[in-house]
Design a protein around this ligand. Structure first.
Ligand SMILES: Cc1cc2nc3c(=O)[nH]c(=O)nc-3n(C[C@H](O)[C@H](O)[C@H](O)COP(=O)(O)OP(=O)(O)OC[C@H]3O[C@@H](n4cnc5c(N)ncnc54)[C@H](O)[C@@H]3O)c2cc1C
Length: 572
């Protein structure tokens, strides 16, 4: 090792966001574990009690395992504002609800400022010195037998053995680092960025429950606002965050986005003049020479974020951790930091694939994206791929690889031919009872809306998803010619209300255009078969006492009145 991180060395970290704080935590935890002693100084210009880094605050998988396995931290539950179950993706002309079927970890929304404060406090508790001041200048001194970094801030001067650039896309610091490495190192900032605007809407009562649910609404290339590459509506605790992004996006684009009917339906009433916007940037291309003699960059400063669903917080944390590991294991010179780049290879290697997907969405014909969305409604592989790319669960490389399977291409071609000869309507012999899947959630909500005549409440989508994850075999769909025309959601449970283990019919519905054809009976009988196979002796359901038709319906299936009544109290 040519330039090791010795005992009593000083590591200066510029920026106490997720990248800088994670680097400090990893350094200090490892030193404690191995009995080494180093000094870690974090410069952070913001006071997280008052100022915040612009962000939507979505923590995507595998965030939780990174935090637990690599940093030994557990996200405090009080930081979690909401768990996200899925995404509603709007293409130019088609939309689809995407729910993760195989996600191993949850997606959360947090208040970013609380999250940043939490990580920085953890670093402080481990012994990092936190200086609330902005760095203004940097020097790498390599003359007269000296080899050190000098850091200048508004009120401090520090000599360090190595500097970690964790200052995000701060314009001034990007220039300072470029300048300081001009003769040795040649750091050059990420050459491309996406501009972004954010707006925040406070909500009251059950607004989020009814109008959004635990779902993020994503909009790709809205036709009438071509500058927007993507926009999103994200539910938090008691407010909703809107963000738009694009290379040339402007604040008037945000004005127009907020007025789109498909956006407005998820927002509370507002006066345009009273809405405040905040602007920010994401890197979309890698920086040049992100490390060198006695310097290493992490997080946004590297530009190693994948285009589109960038998961910038994850990237910042992972790069912070890898930089710390490299310093401890290999040292502080350029040769040593090559191991850092190698350990982050998976981030970099996906860049080219992400750029391809981004170009396709931006410049490909609208019908390609719409066709993909349409196809995803019936083809699990396409559905999974769309979910993975919108949620950031998989690398673009793997997503593209999975889509290029010959079997899928064949299926798509078959689908087009089948559509051509599509027969309308359907005879009873065409009814197929099968397991309900997350791809059917939209259809289920539409059937329910038709029956009840009441608009859907957005949180139902998450509720249906939770039925599917609890007892997938007890959730069935009736299908005619590939169209879902009925559904039943059941469960095997007991304990609550002191009821013994029973089969439950919780919700069922048959499209009104297909009622009276015995479809409900087929669904109920299929569910009974499942209950019988699982040793269930009693089946329970709950109906409104005043709904004579429904009571009659269940009577025909052999149901009798049970022994429980419901008690109700009105809250003011
Ligand atoms: C609008 C918007 C929404 C986003 N939403 C999400 C999301 O939902 N999920 C997600 O994963 N990612 C999101 N991102 C990306 C994410 O915010 C970043 O990728 C992530 O914050 C990068 O972390 P970082 O530590 O590298 O930099 P930052 O979080 O930018 O932290 C840099 C820190 O350095 C400090 N600093 C800067 N200059 C100096 C200086 N001279 N002296 C001292 N301190 C300095 C700053 O005050 C700041 O605290 C979003 C980004 C934007 C712009």
């Amino acid at each position: 090792m040519r330039l090791p991180l010795k005992d009593n060395s000083t590591v200066a970290i510029i920026g106490g966001g997720p990248g800088g704080a994670s680097c400090a935590i990893k350094l200090l935890k490892e030193c404690k574990r191995t009995g080494r002693k180093i000094r870690v100084v974090i410069f952070e210009g913001k006071d997280f009690d008052h100022h915040f880094n612009q962000c939507v605050g979505v923590l995507s998988p595998p965030f939780q395992s990174i935090l637990e396995n690599d940093l030994g931290l557990i996200l405090p539950t009080e930081l979690i504002k909401r768990q996200i179950y899925g995404y509603r993706l709007h293409g130019p002309g088609e939309e689809i609800l995407l729910i993760g079927q195989h996600s191993l970890e949850p997606t959360y929304t947090v208040r970013r400022v609380q999250f940043d404060k939490y990580l920085l406090d953890c670093a402080g508790e481990l012994g990092a010195e936190i200086l609330k001041t902005r760095v203004s200048y940097l020097e790498f001194i390599r003359s007269n037998g000296m080899d050190e970094v000098r850091i200048y801030s508004e009120n401090t001067y520090l000599k360090a053995d190595v500097v970690v650039g964790a200052f995000g896309l701060d314009e001034m610091m990007l220039s300072v680092l470029e300048d300081a490495t001009k003769s040795d190192g040649h750091y050059s900032r990420p050459p491309k960025v996406l501009k972004t605007y954010i707006a925040k809407f406070h909500t009251t009562g059950g607004f989020i429950r009814q109008k959004l649910g635990n779902i993020i609404y994503a909009y790709l290339k809205p036709v009438s606002i071509p500058n927007i590459e993507f926009g999103a509506i994200t539910p938090k605790g008691d407010h909703v965050i809107i963000n738009i992004a694009g290379e040339k996006v402007t604040s008037p684009d945000m004005d127009a986005f907020l007025l789109l009917p498909q956006v407005r339906e998820h927002l509370p009433e507002f006066e345009s003049e009273n809405v405040s916007y905040f602007e920010g940037r994401f890197p979309t291309a890698p920086a040049k020479n992100p490390f060198g003699h006695r310097y290493v960059t992490v997080g946004d400063t590297t530009g190693w974020m994948r285009p589109f669903k960038g998961k910038g917080i994850n990237v910042a944390i992972v790069t912070g951790i890898r930089a710390a590991e490299t310093m401890l294991k290999y040292g502080l010179d350029k040769e040593a930091f090559k191991n850092y780049a190698e350990s982050c290879r998976e981030l970099l290697s996906d860049y080219i694939y992400g750029t391809g997907v981004r170009l396709l969405c931006n410049y490909g014909p609208a019908f390609v994206l719409d066709h993909l969305i349409e196809r995803a409604k019936t083809t699990p592989l396409v559905y999974e791929s769309l979910y993975n790319s919108v949620s950031g669960q998989e690398s673009y490389k793997n997503i593209i690889k999975s889509m290029l399977r010959p079997v899928l291409i064949k299926k798509m071609a078959q689908g087009i031919i089948k559509n051509y000869f599509h027969k309308k309507g359907g005879r009873m012999s065409d009814v197929k009872i099968r397991k309900l899947t997350t791809r059917d959630i939209d259809a289920v909500m539409k059937i329910d809306e038709k029956i009840t005549g009441k608009p859907q409440e957005a949180y139902w989508a998450g509720k249906i998803a939770s039925y599917l994850s609890r007892e997938p075999e007890a959730c069935l769909a009736a299908e005619i010619d590939g169209k879902v025309v009925g559904f039943i959601l059941g469960d095997i449970r007991g304990w609550e209300y002191t009821i013994p283990l029973c089969g439950w019919i919780d919700i069922m519905g048959v499209d009104i255009s297909y009622q009276g054809k015995g479809i409900g009976k087929m669904l109920v009988e299929s569910l009974f078969d499942f209950f019988r196979k699982n040793g269930v002796e009693t089946v329970v359901t709950v109906v409104n006492w005043n709904d004579g038709d429904l009571i009659d319906y269940f009577h025909t299936h052999g149901f009798k009145r049970g022994e429980y009544i419901n008690l109700v109290k009105k809250l003011n």
